[in-house]
Design a protein around this ligand. Structure first.
Ligand SMILES: [Zn+2]
Length: 588
């Protein structure tokens, strides 16, 4: 199960972490090292650091960390062996085969192949007499044969077992089709999930067909679109439709559309930078994926109520990811598609560049439905505006909009300024109070990886110290083992880490982050990297190590002195025994 250290070393040497990471995020040089906006949490200022000397990364914001293998694992949702394979392929290396478990990778490859076969089938049906209806629909939307081919569009014919039986002839089992979300199981029978639908393959950044979206041709269907369920190759929340094209765009911004058809018609009109979420509202992950390819996103959602709510949500998430959001207002047409058909692509390009900023958009919405020419309307507007203005983080922006609000409400700027300042103060107090409440409830910073760290903060720190020390000086294991066993580590997670490292050292194995990844999850590996990274700055002196050991020994001592009320029966007996022994010692 364990790969040879020599192989892992060579693998990492041929996959420079800076090069690998820069194909996912934009790295900025910082001295010898690099920083980037973290792809694993949303942030405005970059806190993810890449260290060239240790070939590792560490996010000071969320704790994501590790070597190049762990980075690939986290960002691609691979398991350990899949990331190793991925990097090996990238570097043209062969992974040693003996005893290696690659079932995950095999299943993944198999599903991707099956999806490709299914897509080919749907395409062939579309071009056959059976697909007439589908082709009519696409022609009605004025898609050219070229566009249909480019997006690999197809048609799932009516009936329960069309794709099902076809894939059987290609050697796929029902279980595989079910796992790939192409079949639905109900009451012990299986049938095609997609029936009488125009099919849109969903393709990831590497060109794999990972899922399908299907548009029904039934007039009165409850939902127009049906998407594949999540599978081991399909994670809705961090993929975007048409990103395989948009990632290569020369434009500086992406256009975020509501649906697949919007994206495809924009693409046909020459806008290769259009993307859409996959049948759900935008997620923080998708916002960060967009950030990897553009610093600006133009939101092009429907103008109806649902579309407006979705727009607000997108503005917030994109803002959190550090992307500038602008909102497209399309005059005289219901969507980009209609606008382009009426006025042409060039006119559309004009309104794209003239889009309002997200703030503008929200500010204008405040006035909706309010008659600001009446004093009552002005007061109502002001009430809404103060909350909005207090939430603007950028001072310059705030001043601009306060003066706007002053004009609209016919109130002096100073007065509004005071109101806003008061509100900001109050917001601050509310935030502080809720933080205090959380502290009291103990809900602050729950530690998912090492939940015991809250119970034993001092000991946990000492445990980390010992672990980091052993990473740095494996020869010190004997010194630790003289005084401690793994059971003296109070927190379960650190106990496991210590046990793993101690075993490695005893077996004469290398304890790189790479080898840890074979035993621990990607998140756990990140934590362990963090432990070593934080401890990097500590002096590695024996007295220091002894201090850590003493903390754990003290704890052990203290453990045996739990208040009587908290003792279990066994502990109680042991305690009595101890006291008796001590007493007899004193008297005798
Ligand atoms: Zn982070």
């Amino acid at each position: 199960m364990r790969l040879p250290d020599s192989f892992l070393d060579a693998l990492k040497a041929s996959n420079d972490i800076v090069q690998v990471m820069s194909s996912y995020v934009e790295l900025k040089r910082a001295g010898r090292d690099y920083v980037c906006s973290c792809p694993f949490h949303s942030e405005r200022t970059p806190s993810c650091h890449v260290f060239t000397d240790t070939q590792s990364f560490y996010c000071f914001g969320c704790g994501a960390a590790g070597d190049v293998i762990n980075f690939v694992r986290l960002i691609e949702h691979f398991d350990y062996m899949e990331s190793v394979r991925f990097l090996a392929q990238r570097a043209g290396m062969t992974v040693p085969e003996n005893g290696v478990d690659d079932s995950g990778a095999k299943r993944r490859t198999r599903l991707l192949e099956m999806n490709r076969t299914a897509a080919r089938y749907f395409r062939d049906v579309l071009l056959s007499p059976e697909g007439r209806e589908g082709l009519d629909y696409l022609a009605g939307r004025q898609l050219t044969p070229n566009t249909i081919r480019k997006y690999g569009l197809g048609f799932a014919p009516d009936g329960w077992h069309n794709l099902h039986y076809y894939l059987r002839t290609k050697g796929y089992s029902d279980d595989e089709m079910e796992e790939g979300a192409l079949l639905t199981r109900k009451n012990n029978s299986v049938y095609d999930k997609f029936r009488k639908r125009v099919m849109f393959p969903i393709i990831d950044r590497r060109g794999n067909i990972i899922a399908f979206g299907g548009r029904t041709l039934e007039k009165d269907a409850p939902a127009k679109y049906l998407n594949s369920d999540e599978t081991i190759v399909f994670h809705k929340r961090d993929n975007l439709f048409s990103l395989n094209f948009a990632k290569n765009t020369k434009e500086k911004f992406l256009i975020l559309c509501e649906g697949y058809m919007d994206v495809i018609s924009l693409n046909q009109a020459g806008f290769d930078n259009a993307v859409a979420t996959l049948g759900t509202a935008i997620t923080p992950q998708q916002a960060r994926v967009m950030k990897q390819y553009a610093s600006e996103v133009v939101i092009s959602y429907d103008a109806d109520g649902a579309g407006q709510n979705a727009t607000l949500k997108a503005i917030n998430l994109l803002g959190e990811a550090g992307v500038t959001a602008r909102v497209l207002n399309i005059p005289d047409a219901k969507d980009p598609d209609e606008y382009i058909k009426k006025f042409g692509a060039e006119a559309f390009r004009q309104i794209l560049t003239g889009t309002s900023t997200a703030l503008d958009h929200e500010f204008r919405r405040l006035k909706n439905g309010i008659d600001t020419s009446s004093p009552a309307g002005q007061a109502e507007f002001l009430k809404k505006a103060v909350g909005f203005l207090a939430d603007i983080r950028n001072d310059t922006d705030r001043v601009v909009y306060i003066s706007e609000a002053a004009k609209i409400s016919s109130q002096p700027i100073n007065a509004i300024n005071e109101l806003v300042k008061d509100r900001i103060k109050r917001n601050g107090r509310i935030e502080q109070r809720s933080e205090e409440r959380e502290l009291i409830r103990g809900t602050v910073k729950r530690d998912a990886i090492n939940p015991d760290s809250l119970t034993f903060p001092r000991e946990e720190k000492a445990e980390r110290g010992i672990i980091a020390y052993l990473f740095h000086s494996p020869d010190m294991l004997a010194r630790v083992e003289k005084k401690l066993t793994k059971d003296d580590f109070p927190t379960e997670f650190n106990r496991r880490v210590y046990d793993f490292i101690a075993n490695c050292i005893k077996n004469g194995e290398d304890i790189s982050i790479g080898s840890i990844g074979s035993e621990f999850s990607a998140e756990e590996t990140a934590r362990i990297t963090g432990i070593c990274r934080q401890a990097d700055r500590l002096p590695y002196s024996k007295p220091r190590l002894d201090e850590y050991i003493d903390v754990l020994l003290e704890h052990k001592e203290h453990e045996s002195e739990k208040p009587v009320t908290e003792l279990t029966d066994d502990e109680m007996l042991r305690r009595i025994d101890e006291i008796r022994r001590r007493k007899s010692g004193v008297s005798g």
